[in-house]
Design a protein around this ligand. Structure first.
Ligand code: PMM
Length: 287
């Protein structure tokens, strides 16, 4: 098994444009594609389609993290994720594994994954940072305060200054990863849009994306189809449905690329793959 490499991390040369990470949720209950790719063959076919549509990496997850979601057990998550990772890697696809469990991260790495994407940034599983450090996996540290069942309740969405506070907490999570032995050049940071954040707070974070690059790590932005876009595009009391938020998602991919994001994580690859190429072309033409 040869593990595809990701440009722009672990000493590899940067990509000519912001990378596009296509999402495959092998879950019954994710907010926008839950149930569509629960069958392994359907999930692998979806991953291939995302690559055909311009995705540079495919993010495979077996546990929904939508607000209110309950945890799945470890055996179910492993069963959902590992065969899909293995088949996509066999096709030469760069695969990221979206998991909060060290056992799933380790099994996916063994199956050839190129990146561990932990929405808890190492906080949900006490073994995660050690395992990632041991195998030398590139690791996404997302800003995270609490599990999905609780993240939009109580004090979890309270900030004195959302950008400053998220940066401070994210820096703490990065420091913990470094202390556990994860190499600095393997760490990617993510502000965690919608995770313990209201729609208003997501917009404030997006308006100041450049501040996240100052952490000194590549930045991943995952706005795709999220509720705050449904609210923006609502007609009366009816939120715009998740599968009709892809144009707005591509608009945000353009802005994230313009702000220097390393990658955008999206459910439909084509619009964002085109958008990041437009931004790179324009940047190349700047005087
Ligand atoms: N959001 C979701 C899932 N995984 N991973 C990262 N790094 N950042 C995110 O904001 C993020 C994520 C939300 O669920 P979805 O898979 O249905 O988009």
């Amino acid at each position: 098994m040869s593990r595809p490499l990701l440009p722009g991390i672990a000493g590899h040369p940067p990509a000519p444009h912001t990378l596009v990470m296509g999402v495959v949720n092998v879950t019954p209950d994710s907010f926008s594609d839950g149930g569509l790719w629960l069958d392994a063959d359907a999930a692998v076919a979806r991953g291939r389609q995302l690559v055909a549509d311009g995705a540079d990496v495919v993010d495979v997850g077996g546990e929904s993290t939508r607000p209110g979601a309950l945890r799945v057990d470890e055996a179910t998550e492993l069963e959902r994720v590992v065969p899909v990772v293995r088949d996509l890697v066999a096709d030469g696809v760069a695969v990221s594994v979206d998991t909060m469990r060290s056992s799933v991260a380790a099994a996916a790495w063994e199956a050839g994954a190129a990146l561990v994407n932990d929405v808890s940034g190492g906080r949900a599983d006490p073994d995660m940072l050690r395992v990632v450090a041991e195998v030398g996996a590139p690791f996404v540290v997302m800003h995270w305060r609490a599990h999905s069942a609780a993240m939009q309740h109580g004090d979890h969405t309270h900030y004195d200054d959302v950008v400053r506070d998220v940066l401070t907490e994210l820096r703490g999570q990065v420091d913990a990863a470094l202390e556990a032995g994860v190499r600095a050049d393997r760490i990617v940071v993510d502000p965690g849009l919608g995770f313990s954040k209201t729609g208003e707070q997501n917009w404030t974070v997006l308006a100041e994306l450049e501040a996240f690059a100052a952490l000194g790590h590549p930045v991943l932005v995952a706005a795709s189809r999220k509720r705050f876009l449904g609210e923006l595009l609502a007609e009366g009391d009816d939120l715009r449905p998740a599968d009709r938020r892809d144009d707005a998602t591509a608009a945000l991919s353009t802005l994230a690329a313009r702000a220097g994001a390393w990658a955008v994580r999206v459910h439909e690859a084509r619009p964002s793959a085109d958008a990041v190429r437009v931004v790179a072309r324009l940047a190349g033409s700047s005087p």
